[in-house]
Design a binder for this molecule. Structure first.
Ligand SMILES: *[C@@H]1O[C@H](CO)[C@@H](O)[C@H](O)[C@H]1NC(C)=O
Ligand SMILES: *[C@@H]1O[C@H](CO)[C@@H](O)[C@H](O)[C@H]1NC(C)=O
Ligand SMILES: *[C@@H]1O[C@H](CO)[C@@H](O)[C@H](O)[C@H]1NC(C)=O
Ligand SMILES: *[C@@H]1O[C@H](CO)[C@@H](O)[C@H](O)[C@H]1NC(C)=O
Ligand SMILES: *[C@@H]1O[C@H](CO)[C@@H](O)[C@H](O)[C@H]1NC(C)=O
Length: 355
């Protein structure tokens, strides 16, 4: 019984070993499946093979670049590719490394193990940092002036994240206007930041891609000079006041001129009417017995007790005045003497001389 038990256990053990070997022959692992690295760094992949194997090969971009015989030295197409056992003497794990990786090596990385293991493929992504530059260099601005800075990045992959700092303080990412355009297999970006100059500022633009540890930067110096006094307002005020004053003067001048003209015209009219009146009166005096003979009523009779009306007296005097005032127009000299002394019964003498 014991022998039969032993033989049965032996058989089972052999079977298990064979079965396990059969499964392991078909499989190996390639890690990582995706790798993203920065241009210029190293990219590594590990192949874990269980069981016995003889040769392992690595293809990059479809080209066989390296061969690893399990019992011999590695054969490599270039110094850029190397392979070693993950731990010395352990053939189950091989580490393949691409040194100083460039975007040429990005793409599928294929590992093949001789026999029925077949092939495994991983993906390599290579990010690239390019150039960064703030255009225009150092800038001088007056206080409160709006200034604009343009940051340009070239040949980055993928499109970089661009951030700005003012004197080391981060600027809100919503403020700059950043656009990226593909140029071949890389990206060119432009970021424009506008703000009002407050004081002297170090304006810096930073660009980064996910794998880069330190962003690349470009910075310029913004020098701010104080705002000159605002003469424009003063000038505007003075000018407007001046214009207003001129307008007022002009209006006053026009009014004054109009008034004077009117006055002149009215005095002229007065004169004219006075002259006409005088002439008519004179004519009435010089030619008695005409329509206005009434004027000389007081002159006719002697011993008349009635007193002349004061209006007529004044009329006489005014007539006299007029006559003296306008001697040149009158053709004949008129002398009027009014001699009224008393109201009661005193006789008056009036002499009118017409020459
Ligand atoms: C590898 O990258 C591809 C494409 O970006 C993605 O579909 C896949 O899920 C990634 N695999 C792993 C294991 O991250
Ligand atoms: C492997 O390389 C080392 C040094 O590069 C050399 O000494 C050794 O002989 C090589 N082995 C074989 C099997 O060629
Ligand atoms: C990396 O590769 C570039 C060109 O591909 C080369 O100029 C540079 O010297 C290399 N650097 C190293 C450390 O091998
Ligand atoms: C950003 O700049 C682009 C081109 O310079 C312009 O078309 C777009 O309107 C700008 N966007 C904003 C929010 O200013
Ligand atoms: C810009 O200003 C900084 C700081 O004042 C100075 O160090 C730098 O030389 C200036 N650059 C140019 C191009 O003038």
């Amino acid at each position: 019984m014991s022998l039969s038990w032993k033989s049965r256990a032996m058989l089972l053990h052999i079977c298990l070993l064979l079965c396990a070997q059969g499964v392991m022959l078909q499989q190996f692992l390639l890690r990582p499946q995706n790798s993203t690295v920065l241009h210029g760094t190293d990219a590594s992949f590990q192949a874990e093979v269980d069981g016995s194997w003889q040769v392992m090969t690595w293809h990059v971009r479809g080209f066989l670049v390296l061969s690893v015989p399990v019992n011999d030295n590695v054969t490599s197409s270039s110094e850029q590719f190397s392979a070693r056992f993950c731990s010395a003497g352990d053939t189950r794990c091989v580490e393949f490394t691409i040194h100083n990786v460039t975007r040429r090596e990005s793409g599928p990385i294929m590992c093949t193990v001789l026999g029925e293991y077949g092939s495994k493929t991983a993906q390599l992504y290579v990010e690239e940092t390019g150039t960064i530059n703030i255009l225009g260099g150092n800038v001088t601005a007056t206080q409160d002036q709006e200034v604009a800075f343009q940051c340009v990045t070239n040949t980055w992959f993928p499109a970089p994240t661009i951030t700005w700092t003012l004197n080391g303080h981060a600027v809100d990412s919503s403020l700059p206007n950043t656009t990226s355009v593909a140029d071949g297999d890389s990206f060119n970006s432009t970021s424009i930041l506008k703000f009002h100059a407050v004081g002297n500022t170090i304006v810096a633009c930073h660009a980064t891609v996910p794998t880069s540890t330190n962003p690349l930067s470009s910075s310029v110096f913004l020098g701010v000079v104080p705002k000159p006094p605002d003469w424009t307002v003063l000038i505007a005020v003075v000018l407007s006041f001046g214009c207003f004053a001129l307008l007022v003067l002009l209006i006053l001048g026009i009014i004054f001129c109009c008034k004077r003209r009117k006055e002149k015209q009215s005095t002229y009219q007065d004169e004219m009417t006075r002259r006409v009146r005088t002439l008519s009166q004179i004519s009435s005096v010089s030619v008695p017995g005409q329509s206005r003979g009434q004027v000389n009523t007081g002159f006719e009779l002697e011993g008349q007790t009635s007193v002349q009306a004061p209006s007529e007296l004044s009329d006489h005097s005014s007539r006299k005045e007029t006559v003296y005032a306008m001697p040149d127009i009158v053709n004949s000299n008129v002398h009027v003497y009014a001699n009224s002394v008393n109201q009661s019964g005193i006789r008056k003498h009036r002499h009118v001389t017409i020459v």
